[in-house]
Write a new protein. Structure first.
Length: 502
């Protein structure tokens, strides 16, 4: 189905960024109102797009200036991409609300809102593009804006970690361009649907496999997959809570989304090799990420290492490469975007109150702040995968998929990771909220505690709601997974084959 609707997830944040840029130096309240309206409008558009594709038989396509694929710029949205657009809209709205009530004025006045919506434009563009070169373009928009958000505040730690983040992503982008040149040289196209058609007809897949592994390195570096995750833990501990929550909840998932897209649509000619490599990387990502988490005594540091470990579960679903495992992977991405964002926001509230992120300097907050403590515990248990919370169902699906194909070594890695996730999250709860109450700084008295929680609890309630509605959610995710495993509908919709509803 050809429609202009799917351009809006890119256009709305782009125009919001432009308007907020012109308002720089003026009343910051006006920028907040515009940002809030934009976030809610984007969510409404995302829900409308999802309603159009939820039947599993429709793929929305937009061709710029009427140029038919593969010659023009193409946007394409199936269930998977529509779910991702919804999730980023929800996460962005929650983080923006927290920024409204916690971000200091100096940061807000320093182009915070224009840069925020530039990131949104890049992320949404990554989800809806049907061209792998434009995926690179959207990645660059997203990453350039994220560099700026990393350094807003100008602390020594932020500058140090932002420099490392910049250098590593420049390397990743360079490799990305090399991979694109290699792919275009072999296939003569960068439209993803056209690539899928042409690559499937190549008899000797050896060079294609080499190219696939280069793309795995590119997306693995952006998604923090073993052994390419070393840049992440410190980078995500330095920015303020709303920015750290956005980064921890979303940015790595864009890399995982791209990996799932290309390794289900384009690079499927040598699955026995490519997806085994993905599965091995998943095991190491899970285990080394969670071992890093249990060794830390910094609240945000533990959460940052869990960003890494949970990515392992997502690509585990891709590596197993069944309908059920892919449905579990998409469920896991959705769950983690909500939970991880919420946990970083809970951490931000805690740090606002205590003035520190060091677990050894906290204690007994449950007495004065019970809503904060029990809310954090519920979100933490969802991360660990305890029933009946949503984290249990997503983790159960990928583990069950491992059992279905008889892959017990990856199941063992997932179970070990789950146990240590529970241990590390319990450690935070007992150090920060349980035990003897420790003195709080004088600044804690002036904090408007009730204003800090709505963003956190909105995400917590969404997580609980997904857990309670696990069956209908799973049915939708199975439709998404069927589309990924059987991409003919996507290909035919983009290439405008007659007689196909798309």
């Amino acid at each position: 189905m050809s429609t202009n609707l799917i351009t809006l997830p890119i256009i709305i944040p782009m125009f919001t960024a432009i308007v907020c840029m012109f308002l720089h130096g003026r009343n910051i309240q006006i920028q907040r109102v515009i940002a809030g309206i934009s976030a809610l409008t984007s969510l409404g558009v995302a829900l409308k797009i999802f309603s159009e594709v939820a039947d599993g038989e429709t793929v929305l396509v937009f061709t710029a200036s009427g140029w038919q694929a593969p010659f023009g710029i193409v946007l394409a949205v199936d269930i998977f991409s529509s779910i991702m657009v919804i999730l980023i809209s929800i996460v962005s709205a929650a983080c923006l609300y927290t920024a409204f009530v916690t971000m200091d004025k100096a940061r807000e006045e320093n182009y915070f809102y224009p840069v925020w919506f530039c990131i949104m434009m890049g992320i949404n563009g990554s989800f809806v593009t049907g061209d792998i070169f434009n995926l690179y373009v959207m990645f660059e928009i997203m990453l350039m804006a994220s560099y700026v958000l990393c350094v807003i505040g100008n602390s020594l730690g932020q500058l140090r970690e932002s420099f490392k983040y910049l250098i590593l992503n420049m390397i990743s982008s360079t490799i990305f361009v090399i991979a694109l040149a290699m792919l275009y040289g072999m296939m003569g196209t960068l439209n993803m649907a056209d690539l899928a058609q042409k690559i499937s007809m190549v008899e000797d897949q050896s060079l294609i496999t080499v190219c696939a592994m280069i793309f795995f390195v590119v997306f693995g570096l952006k998604g923090a997959v073993f052994p390419l995750y070393f840049w992440l833990p410190h980078t995500y501990t330095e920015p303020p809570a709303p920015i750290a929550a956005m980064f921890g909840g979303v940015l790595t998932k864009v890399g995982v989304y791209a990996m799932i897209r290309v390794f289900t649509l384009i690079f499927v000619g040598n699955v026995a090799f490519t997806h085994t490599i993905i599965l091995i990387a998943a095991a190491f990502t899970m285990l080394l990420g969670v071992f890093g988490a249990i060794s830390r005594m910094n609240f945000k540091g533990i959460l940052s290492f869990h960003v890494i470990s949970q990515v392992g579960y997502m690509i585990m679903g891709l590596g197993l490469y069944t309908v059920w495992s892919l449905a579990g992977a998409v469920f896991y991405i959705a769950n983690q975007m909500i939970i991880k964002t919420g946990l970083f926001l809970f951490e931000g509230v805690t740090e606002q109150i205590t003035g520190t992120g060091d677990l050894r300097k906290m204690g007994g907050l449950l007495n004065k702040y019970p809503w904060l403590g029990w809310g954090f515990l519920a979100m933490a248990m969802s991360l660990a995968g305890l029933p009946p919370l949503s984290g249990f169902f997503s983790k159960f699906m990928v583990m069950q998929a491992a059992v279905q194909v008889g892959n017990y070594w990856i199941l063992a890695a997932a179970l070990i990771t789950g146990f240590f996730t529970l241990f590390s999250m319990s450690k935070i709860f007992f150090y920060v909220f349980w035990g003897e109450e420790k003195p709080l700084p004088e600044s804690a008295k002036s904090i408007k505690y009730g204003r800090l929680l709505p963003g956190c609890f909105a995400l917590l309630l969404l997580s609980v709601g997904i857990g309670l509605a696990a069956q209908p959610v799973t049915e939708i995710l199975l439709r998404a997974a069927n589309q990924l495993m059987n991409p003919e509908l996507y290909i035919q919709a983009v290439m405008a084959v007659p007689g196909v509803r798309g």
